[in-house]
Design a protein around this ligand. Structure first.
Ligand SMILES: [Ca+2]
Ligand SMILES: [Ca+2]
Length: 379
């Protein structure tokens, strides 16, 4: 009997951990003018509580709506208007209580090829790619306790008629992740006031199926001031939409952080490491309700299928893991089918949110043979 899991995304989670130090999450915002922000600024701008942005000297300052004012590649002739990161950060902070730090380094008018390593604009001696990486690293040096969570990318107005934007952005994401890590990457559609942006926007929707750990934010209903640039109100909505997508992509890692806090004296910082050397990586120990610090705890199956086709296993409470645990069966160990009529009964949930589940398989054996497994999957 084989155990398998796929780790993907979903929805918000409730956290039960208590932390002595205020946790901080770090995000990078880059791209073109709508990542810089062109919307009108409020007359009396207010700094967000619990949110900071990296300024030019690599220290953090309070976050006002004109976040791109701190970009090292900013075109100084252009307005640093209302930035989508403002409502994004506000929403992300509300989701799990962590304070937020931002690196905002957008450049108005930049095409995607301008964001590749090695490109230098005639008007600007700095590489956009290198600067994004440098400033992100400076933020991590300034606050080593912050966790780098994700990238917000809004770009494409200069590439509306590109033949292969998906190819370019795929290459760009790979290059960026090589430098700063495989974190969630959320892109946004262009404004719809220009009807000829529609092919670009439709094309962009392919991104999540082409590149793992990515999402696309819709531009539906968002107003512009000039057919290209979002208004302040639209930027606010856009930022909230980025947060919604980021939360979906981050659900597993948010839960991982919460779970790891149950083991304060051991190093569970790497999801794919195997701290206790039992062949089950730390993340799978979480998913299956195992002890990551005990090599004797490596098998979630408490009992194997009996003649009544019943067995039991352990898992983390799905309300926390944001995973669906489904029963699959096979008669040849090659083709697996979901046993949609299998009955899963939770017989216990302990104080560490580990559930014991009793399963009754509905599939009838073929020639006396039947294999089964539990798969942890996204809903
Ligand atoms: Ca292990
Ligand atoms: Ca273990």
């Amino acid at each position: 009997m084989k155990l398998a899991h796929k780790l993907l995304a979903l929805t918000s989670i409730s956290l039960s951990c208590s932390t002595l130090v205020q946790a901080q999450d770090l995000y990078l915002i880059i791209g073109q003018s709508n990542a810089a922000g062109r919307g009108e600024l409020p007359v009396n701008p207010v700094a967000l509580t619990g949110v900071q942005v990296l300024q030019g000297d690599s220290t953090f300052v309070p976050a006002f709506p004109n976040l791109n004012i701190h970009s090292s590649v900013r075109n100084t002739r252009q307005l640093a208007g209302f930035n989508l990161g403002y409502t994004f950060a506000e929403r992300m902070r509300a989701a799990n209580g962590n304070n937020i730090q931002l690196v905002v380094n957008a450049r108005g008018g930049s095409a995607i090829r301008h964001w590749f390593p090695g490109f230098i604009d005639d008007a600007d001696p700095l590489s956009y790619f290198d600067e994004a990486v440098r400033r992100l690293r400076a933020a991590r040096t300034a606050n080593p306790n912050a966790i780098f969570r994700g990238i917000l990318w809004h770009q494409g107005e200069s590439n509306r008629f590109a033949d292969d934007y998906i190819g370019d952005i795929t290459a760009f994401i790979a290059l960026l992740r090589t430098e700063i890590g495989n974190v969630p990457f959320v892109a946004g559609q262009l404004a719809r006031d220009r009807e000829d942006s529609e092919p670009f926007n439709t094309n962009l929707l392919q991104l999540p199926s082409r590149v793992s750990n990515t999402a696309v934010v819709t531009s539906e209903g968002l107003a512009t001031s000039d057919r290209t640039h979002y208004t302040a109100a639209a930027s606010q909505t856009l930022g909230e939409r980025y947060a919604e997508q980021m939360l979906i992509l981050l659900a597993p890692s948010f839960d991982y952080t919460s779970w790891a806090s149950l083991f304060p004296n051991i190093d569970l910082s790497e999801l794919t490491a195997d701290l206790d050397g039992d062949g089950i990586d730390n993340n799978s120990e979480r998913i299956w309700g195992l002890n990551p610090n005990d090599a004797g705890s490596s098998n979630p199956y408490l009992s194997l299928p009996d003649t009544n086709r019943q067995f039991s296993y352990t898992r983390r409470n799905p309300l926390l893991s944001s995973l669906n645990y489904v029963i699959e069966t096979s008669t040849d160990l090659i083709t697996w089918n979901v046993d949609a009529n299998a009955i899963q009964r939770i017989t216990n949930t302990n104080a560490s949110s580990i559930q014991t589940v009793s399963v009754s398989i509905s599939t009838i054996p073929t020639n006396g043979k039947l294999f089964t497994r539990v798969v942890a999957n996204t809903p």
